[in-house]
Design a protein around this ligand. Structure first.
Ligand SMILES: *Cc1c(COP(=O)(O)O)cnc(C)c1O
Length: 304
């Protein structure tokens, strides 16, 4: 039994109306730890458990850390999550709720990550949030499910942080004979590291990331994600924070599911950039989810 669940695949009339085409949603927001991340993280954790590892380590105060904590609880393996002082109380509480140890260290993520790496011994496995082939193979199962359900589609829309979801979906499409289906890779203005690399035609790191889509905040995508952008059909889309926040609110009204701005970014392509989808007939949107936001914070962001 995998640690993720098979998520609903539903047609969205409201998003379809906004786009003027058929839009289908893969509802990864309904995974038990709140995002798609459990697919890859779960697969990686099961792999390490089989290899005899007895402790999992993460340095993500976001959905990756939550997924590792959830996987550890399911597998009865202790989890340590190292986070910087900037991590919200809510995120720490969600990780602790899964029974994981939260260790707060350093002013920024680099320091927390260094501490996490220094804590590793031969019994422990470090679970990277996006740059690991084990993760991509696990994420790819969401495409297996869509294909198995009999859905045909001519484009996939998803959000990009470090590019793990993107790499996993690309792998899923490839292994189902759909390697020529374009992926629309969506980022916010403050986190557009894939867009910057595509434009520079080489892997580049942003000076800084900013804005409300914190789960997209990798300064640099993985080498593999960049290579995919050069070797398969990929279109970069960049949306504003306001569009991402608005999309979350509209999606909450339309589908009664609360998602992070990181996910709202992808939804904003339908709500605010429908022209980018005009040439497709049936679009699969990955509703990647995210557990770190609240209705109250969404309302505050809406005032932008
Ligand atoms: C991690 C995450 C992303 C981005 O995934 P990457 O694999 O880093 O590109 C997008 N949305 C949510 C909700 C996430 O948790």
């Amino acid at each position: 039994m995998p640690l993720h669940i098979e998520t609903p695949l539903i047609q969205s009339l409201p998003l379809g109306l906004a786009v003027g085409q058929d839009v289908w949603l893969k509802m990864e927001a309904l995974q038990p730890p709140g995002s798609f991340k459990i697919r890859g993280v779960g697969a990686a954790c099961e792999h390490h458990a089989r290899a005899g590892k007895r402790r999992f380590v993460s340095s993500s105060g976001g959905n990756a850390g939550m997924a590792v904590a959830y996987a550890g609880r399911q597998l009865s393996i202790p989890v340590s999550v190292y986070v910087p002082e900037t991590t919200t109380e809510r995120a720490k509480a969600l990780i602790r709720q899964e029974g994981a140890d939260v260790i707060v260290h350093g002013a920024a993520w680099d320091e927390a990550n260094a501490k996490a790496l220094a804590s590793l011994d031969e019994d422990s496995a470090f679970i990277h949030p996006f740059d690991d082939p084990l993760l991509w193979t696990g994420h790819a199962t969401m495409i297996d499910e869509a294909v198995k359900a009999g859905l045909t589609f001519d484009a996939v829309v998803l959000s990009v942080g470090g590019g793990g979801l993107f790499a996993g979906v690309a792998e899923g499409l490839q292994r189902n004979g759909l390697g020529d289906v374009p992926i629309l890779a969506v980022e916010t203005e403050g986190t557009a590291s894939l867009a910057a690399s595509i434009e520079a035609r080489q892997l580049v790191a942003l000076q800084a990331v900013n804005g409300i889509a914190t789960s997209l905040g990798a300064r640099q995508v993985s080498q593999h994600a960049f290579e995919l952008s050069q070797t398969r059909p990929v279109e970069s889309v960049v949306v504003s924070d306001a569009e991402a926040a608005q999309a979350c609110i509209r999606f909450l009204d339309d589908h009664r599911v609360l998602v992070e701005p990181a996910c709202g970014a992808a939804l904003a392509v339908a709500y605010a950039h429908a022209n980018r989808l005009a040439r497709f007939k049936r679009i699969l949107m990955i509703v990647c989810g995210g557990a770190t936001t609240t209705v109250e914070r969404l309302q505050a962001w809406q005032e932008f």
